[in-house]
Each structure stands twice: as C-alpha cells, then as structure tokens.
Ligand binder design. Structure first.
Ligand code: ATP
Ligand code: MG
Length: 631
C-alpha cells in the first residue's frame, strides 16, 4: 500500500484504521469503542479495553524471548555496564513493584521518579504501570524549586530517587536537592525510596526515607501480577521542556499510548524484535519515555540506557556502543550532533557501524549543514522527525516502513498517519491550502492515540492553552510555524513566538539562524528579536564559534561581526541582517538542549528572564549579560 493511501485511511476510516493497529498489543478485554470524541476536544481511545503497559513491554515477551537482551545499561560516568535479559528485567520490575506495593502504592497513585540514567529508574517506571500507578519522571538534577513545583502538582505518595547523578565525572548529589524540594513543597510524600549508588552521602529522614536494596530483600520471591487497567487510565504525567514559559503537565493514557508506540516502532522506526535500539535522550524527557523505555520494549527490542556525555571518554563512545551491541536504529537530537561536529570526525568511522540502518533526530530544527555533516560522516540516512511532549510520538516525518520517498533537506517530512495536520492563518484561523503559504501548524481534533489526554489536574488549561487559538474552529495549536511545498512536505519555520518584525517584515528567527550557522566559522547561533524604537524590532545574534580564538580580541570580533552581517545580507537580504553579533562560548539551553531564546530576548530588552527552572547552565545567561554590558 502506498503511504498516501495508508494516511488517507487513518483519517477517513479512523476507527477501522486504529482498530487494526490495536491488534499489535495484548488486551485483557478488547476495546468496545475505538474513539469516543463526544466531548471535544477530549478524546478517549479504545474505550472498554483493558490492558497493561508493563505486560506489553515485558511480560508478554517472556514466552518467546526470555533470554534475549532487554535493557542494556552503560554508564561512562561510573564505568558500569550491565545487560538485563527480558527474564531478568521482569524479575527486577516485579521486585520493584512489590516494594512500591508494600508502601501502599496502588491504582491511580502517583510516584515521582527523580533519578539519573540507572536501570532502577526504568524498573520504577515499569513497576508503576504494572500496578496501575501513575509515574511522573522529573529530570534528575533539576533544581529544588522546579522539583518542588512538580511534587505539588503530582502529589506523589512515594518518591523514588538516587543518592546522586554524575556528569562529566563530577558527582551531583540529588538527595540534598530532593530534601530541599520536599521542604519547599506543600505536599508531603509519605516515603522516599533511595537507590544508593555509593556516589554521595545521603542521610535519611527517619520513618520517611527507605533504602531500596533493603526493601527489595524484604520482598524477595513475591509475585506481583500486572493490574489490568482501562485503556483510558493515565499511565504517566510529564512536563514539557519549558522553552516558552511555565512547563505544562502532560497526561498520557495507557491503551492509546501502547498502540501508538507499537505502530510507530513498526512503521516509522522499523524496529524488529531481537534488534537493538539506542536513544541518546534522557528518561526525563518524552523521547526517553517513548523511545528509551516503552517503544523499544513494546517491540521486543533491546534498548540502551546510556548515562554520560557523547564525548567522554572520547567522542567515539556512542559509535563504540553501536558496534558492541549491533544497534540497528539510533535516536538523538540535533543539539547532540552539533556537539560531535566540534570534534574530530574520525571518531565516527573507527567503529563498525554496519548494523545501523538509520539515525533519527528530533527535538529542534535540524539545520541542513548539521544533517549533511552527520549523514556524510555515518554514511547512513538521517531522518528528522517533528513532535512534542504533548503528542508522544512523531507528527511529521517519513514513515520509512511504508514510504520510500527521499527526504528533503530542512523538512521533517509529511504528516504521520492519524494526524490531520493543517496550516491555519494565525489570525482568522482560515485553512491555508496553497503550497508555500506560511501558517500555524495545527491538528484537527481528535488527536490520535498516544497524544496527551489533558493537562494533569487542569482540563481548563488544556482547552484554553491548546484549542482556543483559532476563531470558530476547534484545532490543536502546536505553536510552531510551518509551510507545505507542492509535494506535501512540511517545513517548520520556528515557534510562533519566535518571529521578528523588522520594519514591517516578519522574519523567522530560525531562517536567520540557519543562514548564520552556514558560515564556516560558526558552530552554533541564537537569533532573537529585540525592541527597537526605529524598526519595531531588530535581530540580534549570539554566536558560538568553532574556534573561539577568532574572537579573542576586539579587532577580531569586529571583523567577524561584519563578515557575518554581510553573510546574511547576501543570502537573506539586509532586512534580516542582525543589528549586532555577540560572541559567547555557550548558549542558554533547557536541559533537553533547546535554545532559550525568550530568556536571551528578555536580557537584551532589560527584562527579567522569567521561568528558568529547566535551564541547563545559568552561567550562559551571565555571559550574555556581561557581553551586552561590554558592548
Ligand atoms: P514548552 O512547550 O514548555 O515551551 P518545548 O516546546 O520546547 O517547551 P517539547 O515538547 O520538548 O517542549 O518540544 C517540542 C517543540 O520542539 C516543538 O513544538 C518544536 O518547536 C520543537 N521541535 C521538535 N522537533 C522538531 C523538529 N524536528 N524540527 C523543528 N522543531 C522541532
Ligand atoms: Mg511546546
């Protein structure tokens, strides 16, 4: 079947289509109603069906692949490496479920997981869904205030944490951050279960804090069966990255998510049982939920859980793992590839990469130079995919299992089955159907299986935030700009709040960034619009150079700035020329690697940078502040 037909059917014969896809997972009771969309914009998928995510990810594989690799944990931080077969993973998850159950965790209870990339984090996630409890993974090492706000939002009865994480060989004690967060929070978790990695002292609070290993011993030999839950039962909550403001607590269901992920493993990632998937993300992000933990395991694959940087002990570490575990599909982010791009490319080719079929990238715009560089270096297809925490799986990409069409540079591809993607006029909400018309990327409801059900505990915020942008039309707003070309390929032009208006010309920051990133001296760049009395707004660029020495003195900086301005003039026209180019050694990003343009913009305009709970390195903002002051 042609992809076009497959796609059309997913929209025109929605229920029949998804009923078929639902056959990919095990049901205790099959669904009676495929989609209940009687209360838009809410959608309830596979109503009447009962299933369990842990059963589908782990237990169901025991019959055929008990001895096969399931979870491969590698830490280049501690030097640990451990492979769990499906049988071993099952035993660990049952033990963890027994521990949680002994602490009173049951159906619908929340468990907050604040952990580094260690196997126990995956055990805890799977143990929660085994019991019908709802996990809320918070990126390990988040500051106390961000953790406290998530504790208050999720109101967990139990927190599972570790003594410490480790980054670039430096131990990051988590326990003091957690203790402070619990002190700040209004809600008090009953228990903290602590996984002791022996990395940092972690004094326990009497009665509240318990040692995971000791609890496991006490539960040895106990069987904990999967609790069958309604397909619509929440499996987890997870926050968006906080790039544009206060993070939103995304609530995901069980049945729809399982079906969507199983389908995506088949049609998009082409993962076969017995193969190995390597996603370099973190379990604190949606990519980690969908494509480190649930997706690969649902497909009966082995999945790699990697703790460490891509460049330690050397920039070949990822590719060494590809060789060692015969990785067939890899999933990463452009920001990580840009880190590798600054290193010696020979590290990529020292290893046998023959098992690898494709590299998937998502999370932010994939600029052409970065895509070309990694594609050439690997000699493998690079597949961009566009999605959001909210959607849980790709919205735009090329479904490699069904669609032989080649990719186009700069485009993540075409709408995935199930997503009725539209381009809408930002003001009137009118649908834009001509090629190359720029509009807001929107999705006509209901959202397909696997997407967010609502904002946790706040249905009104779900409706108001996402569904009320367009007059007279109930459509999901992605808050990203897009265009579609004559072949139906989409291009993401940036976020709707990342548009600069220079003397009446509307420019996407992404366009200017991509242009500047094409200059050989530049490793990375951020462009923001700054209030300008004359022109309304002016573009300001902040660039990281491949060779910082080029901007070591004032003369060098001036030369490069003029050179980059000319570079933009020549390619996009003088209207897009940045009024100033400032050189820095790093850009402010969220922990998931997204540029915090709004924070840079705020500093440029002398405003407070706003919610910074997800920032990776606050010193990057100080650097910008200092550079601005020095200008
Ligand atoms: P918040 O919603 O809290 O501001 P966020 O939008 O960064 O944070 P995520 O859900 O992690 O949170 O990111 C989704 C966004 O990332 C998309 O809306 C889009 O802006 C961007 N994005 C993801 N993948 C791509 C891609 N392949 N190409 C371009 N942009 C992408
Ligand atoms: Mg977002």
């Amino acid at each position: 079947m042609h992809y076009e037909d497959f796609y059309r059917r997913s929209i025109d014969e929605r229920d029949a289509f998804w009923a078929e896809q639902a056959g990919a997972i095990d049901w205790e009771t099959p669904p009676q109603v495929i989609c209940d969309d009687s209360r838009p914009p809410f959608a309830r998928w596979f109503v009447g069906g009962r299933t369990n995510l842990c059963h589908n990810a782990v237990d169901r594989h025991l019959a055929e692949r008990a001895g096969q690799n399931a979870l491969i944990h590698v830490s280049s931080e501690t030097g640990q490496e451990r492979v769990y077969s499906y049988a071993e993973l099952h035993a660990e998850v049952v033990r963890c479920a027994a521990v949680l159950e002994s602490l009173g965790v049951g159906l619908g209870d929340r468990v907050l997981i604040y952990m580094p990339m260690v196997p126990e984090a995956v055990f805890a996630m799977l143990a929660c869904v085994r019991l019908g409890a709802i996990h809320s993974v918070v990126f390990g090492g988040f500051a106390s205030t961000s953790l406290a706000s998530r504790i208050d939002d999720a109101k967990p009865s139990v927190v599972v944490a570790a003594d410490a994480g480790s980054r670039a060989g430096k131990v990051l004690p988590y326990k003091p951050l957690l203790d402070e967060a619990i002190r700040l929070a209004r809600h008090a978790p009953r228990h903290v279960v602590l996984v002791d990695r022996g990395l940092a002292p972690a004094p326990r609070v009497d009665g509240r804090d318990l040692d995971y290993a000791a609890l496991c011993e006490a539960q040895a030999g106990k069987d904990v069966p999967c609790v069958w839950v309604d397909a619509t039962h929440p499996s987890y909550t997870l926050y968006t990255s906080g790039t544009t403001g206060r993070p939103k607590g995304v609530q995901r269901d069980t049945g729809g998510y399982a079906v969507a992920l199983a389908a995506s493993m088949r049609h998009i990632f082409c993962g076969q049982a017995g193969e190995t998937f390597f996603s370099t993300s973190d379990i604190g992000w949606v990519v980690g939920h969908s494509y480190i933990v649930y997706g690969p395991l649902l497909a009966g694959m082995a999945t790699i859980l990697y703790e460490g940087l891509p460049i330690r002990p050397d920039p070949g570490i990822w590719w060494q793992l590809v060789e060692r575990y015969r990785v067939t599909a890899m999933f990463s982010a452009p920001t990580a590839v840009r880190v590798l791009k600054k290193q010696d490319p020979s590290f990529l080719t020292r290893h046998d990469l023959s098992s690898l079929r494709a590299l998937f990238l998502a999370g932010e715009p994939l600029d052409e130079p970065t895509a070309r560089w990694i594609g050439d270096a690997l000699g493998k297809p690079v597949v961009d995919n566009y999605w959001q925490t909210e959607t849980g799986w790709p919205v735009l990409t090329l479904a490699r299992g069904l669609d032989p069409r080649p990719g186009k540079p700069g485009s993540p591809g075409v709408p995935m089955y199930g997503y009725d993607v539209k381009l809408l006029h930002e003001v009137t909400g009118e649908e834009l159907t001509e090629p190359h018309q720029k509009g807001v990327l929107a999705i006509a409801g209901p959202l397909p299986p696997g997407c967010m059900q609502t904002v946790w505990g706040d249905d009104a915020r779900f409706v108001d935030t996402y569904w009320r942008s367009f007059p007279g039309r109930l459509a999901y707003n992605t808050f990203d700009w897009g265009i579609r070309d004559e072949d139906g390929y989409f291009f993401i032009l940036g976020r709707t709040d990342d548009v600069i208006n220079v003397a009446g010309h509307r420019l996407g920051t992404r366009e200017i960034e991509e242009c500047i990133a094409g200059h050989p001296a530049v490793a990375e760049v951020a462009v923001v619009g700054v209030a300008d009395t004359l022109k309304g707004q002016a573009a300001m660029a902040f660039a990281v150079l491949r060779d910082a020495a080029a901007a070591a003195d004032a003369a060098g900086r001036q030369r490069l700035e003029a050179d980059l301005q000319q570079h933009v003039d020549a390619r996009l026209g003088a209207v897009a020329r940045p009024a100033a180019v400032t050189f820095v050694t790093a850009l402010p990003k969220t922990r998931s690697g997204k540029l915090l343009r709004r924070a840079i913009q705020a500093l440029c305009e002398g405003r407070d940078p706003g919610d910074l709970t997800t920032i990776e390195d606050p010193s990057t903002l100080r650097q910008i502040q200092d550079a601005l002051a020095a200008r």
